[in-house]
Design a protein around this ligand. Structure first.
Ligand code: IMP
Length: 429
C-alpha cells in the first residue's frame, strides 16, 4: 500500500487541512516534516472547527500524530495548542502524539529576533508570521540550536544557552531590542521539560517499525512550494524546504517511503505576506475572491492577496515539488464569474518566459500572460461528482490539467469533508 505526501502547490493556504483530514481518516499515522506553528490548518468536522498549527491533522481523527525532526517546535505554543484542542474534547496524550527528540526548539529569543529584523527591514520586510521560524532554522544550520532531547540534560542546556545568547543578544542589542537573561530562559526550559519530554522519542525508529508493519503513512506538508527556501520566490519565502523530498529528511525515513505526492492548489491564487505575485488582482474581482473565499490568514488573521490561477507557477511547483496528482480546492468561489483568466507564462522586459525566473528583480517585473476562458453560471458548491459540474467548470479544470502537466485527481467543492470529487485514490498503488 502506498504512502501519501501532501504539499501546497502555490503560496500556502490552499485548503490542505480539509484534504489532509480526509486522507488522515484513511491513514494509520500522520507526520509533520517541516515548518512550525507558522502553519494554519483549519479542519471542519461536523459542527466543530479545529484550527491546528503544529499538531498533525490526523489527531482529529484519532490517528497517531508524529512531529518529525524537520519541524521547529515552540514548546510553549505546542502545549498551548494541545490544551486548546483538548478543551474541544479531543484526547491528546503521549500515546497519540510523538515528537522527534532531535527536533530544534523555537525559543522566545527567536520570535524577538524575527520581529526586530522585520521592523528593521521596513518597506522590504518579508511579512513573516513573527513566530521565530527563520531564526530557529538558522540556529539549527549554525549548530547552536537547542533540541528537544536537550531538555533532559540540564547541564547541556546550560552551556548551549551561553552559546545561543552570545549570538542572539549581540544581534538584538544591535537592533535596539531588549536582550534575554540566561537564568530566566534556563528556568523556563527546565519547567517545560517534564511536560514535553513524555512526548519525545526517536521518530525515525517508530517510522521504521511502521513501515515494517505496512502501516499507511501520510506526510503532511505545511506552507507550499512557492514558499520553499530554495525553490520559492526567494527571499519572500519561509525558512524550510516544503517540497515532497523534504518529507524523507524531515521525518527520518528513506525517499522511497514518501509515496504518492499530492499537491494542493486553489482554483485561483492567494498569498499572505510580501513578495511577487504576478497574477494578483487589485480590483473588484480580487476583492470578491477574498470575500467569497474568506481569505484571511488562519495564523495571523491578515487579509490574503488574491489573483487568478497561475498555471505557469503551479507547473513549476509540480516539477520541483514532485507532484503526481493535483487536488483543486475552492472551485465554487469562481461560480458566476462571466470570464476567468489563467496565467500561462510571463513577460519580463519584453521577453516571454514559461516559468518564473529566479532573480528578485526579474520576479518583481514579471507580467502575466493570460488566457481567458468563459465562466459558468450555475453553482458548483457541494458537487460530489463530475456529472454535477457545469460543462464550463469541467473545461476549466481540464485546461488547468493540460497547462500544469499534471492530472487533477481530487476536486473540493466546499469546506465540508464530503463535498469532494475523487478521480483517483492517492493511497492506491
Ligand atoms: P515565516 O515562515 O513566518 O518566516 O514567514 C515567511 C513567509 O511565509 C511569509 O510571507 C509568511 O506569510 C509565509 N507563510 C508562513 N507560513 C505560512 C502558511 O502556513 N501559509 C501561508 N503563508 C505562510
Amino acid at each position: 500500500m502506498a504512502n501519501v505526501t501532501i504539499i501546497g502547490a502555490q503560496w500556502g493556504d490552499e485548503g490542505k487541512g480539509k484534504v489532509v483530514d480526509w486522507l488522515a481518516s484513511r491513514a494509520d499515522i500522520v507526520v509533520r516534516f517541516q515548518g512550525g506553528h507558522n502553519a494554519g490548518h483549519t479542519l471542519v468536522v461536523g459542527n466543530q472547527t479545529y484550527k491546528l498549527s503544529l499538531l498533525p491533522s490526523g489527531l482529529v481523527r484519532g490517528k497517531l500524530g508524529l512531529i518529525g525532526n524537520g519541524v521547529v517546535i515552540d514548546p510553549v505554543a505546542l502545549l498551548a495548542e494541545i490544551d486548546r484542542i483538548r478543551a474541544q474534547g479531543l484526547s491528546i496524550t503521549p500515546e497519540t502524539l510523538r515528537i522527534a527528540d532531535n527536533a530544534p526548539l523555537i525559543l522566545p529569543v527567536h520570535a524577538a529576533l524575527d520581529r526586530a529584523r522585520e521592523a528593521a527591514r521596513g518597506e522590504r520586510r518579508i511579512g513573516t508570521t513573527g513566530r521565530g521560524i527563520g531564526p530557529a532554522y538558522e540556529d539549527k544550520v549554525a549548530r547552536r540550536a537547542i533540541r528537544v532531547c536537550d531538555l533532559a540534560e540540564p547541564d547541556t542546556l546550560d552551556w548551549r544557552l551561553d552559546e545561543l545568547l552570545l549570538h542572539h543578544n549581540t544581534l538584538l542589542a544591535g537592533l535596539g531590542a531588549p536582550t534575554f537573561e540566561k537564568a530566566t530562559l534556563l528556568a523556563d526550559l527546565l519547567a517545560l521539560a517534564p511536560r514535553i519530554l513524555p512526548y519525545a522519542e526517536p521518530i525515525w525508529e517508530r517510522l521504521a517499525q511502521a513501515r515494517h508493519e505496512n502501516a499507511r503513512i501520510l506526510f503532511e506538508g505545511a506552507q507550499a512550494v512557492m514558499l520553499d527556501v530554495d525553490h520559492g520566490t526567494y527571499p519572500f519565502v519561509t525558512s524550510s524546504n516544503t517540497v515532497a523530498g523534504q518529507a524523507a529528511a524531515g521525518a527520518g525515513i528513506g525517499p522511497d517511503a514518501v509515496g504518492r505526492v499530492l499537491g494542493i492548489a486553489k482554483a485561483y491564487c492567494t498569498r499572505v505576506g510580501s513578495g511577487p505575485f504576478p497574477t494578483e488582482l487589485h480590483d473588484a474581482t480580487g476583492q470578491l475572491l477574498g470575500e467569497r473565499g474568506h481569505e484571511f490568514g488562519t495564523v495571523t488573521g491578515r487579509p490574503r492577496r488574491c489573483g487568478w490561477f497561475d498555471a505557469a507557477l503551479v507547473r513549476q511547483a509540480v516539477k520541483v515539488g514532485g507532484i503526481q496528482g493535483l487536488a483543486l480546492t475552492k472551485l465554487d468561489v469562481l461560480d458566476g464569474l462571466p470570464a476567468l483568466k489563467i496565467g500561462v507564462g510571463y513577460r519580463i522586459n519584453g521577453v516571454t518566459s514559461r516559468h518564473l525566473p529566479s532573480g528578485a528583480r526579474a520576479q518583481a517585473q514579471a507580467e502575466p500572460i493570460f488566457e481567458t476562458i468563459e465562466g459558468w453560471t450555475s453553482s458548483t458548491r457541494g458537487a460530489r461528482s463530475y456529472a454535477e459540474l457545469p460543462a464550463q467548470a469541467i473545461k476549466y479544470v481540464r485546461r488547468i490539467e493540460e497547462l500544469v502537466e499534471c492530472p487533477v485527481t481530487l476536486l473540493s467543492t466546499s469546506p465540508e469533508r464530503d463535498d469532494t470529487i475523487l478521480m483517483q485514490d492517492p493511497f492506491s498503488d
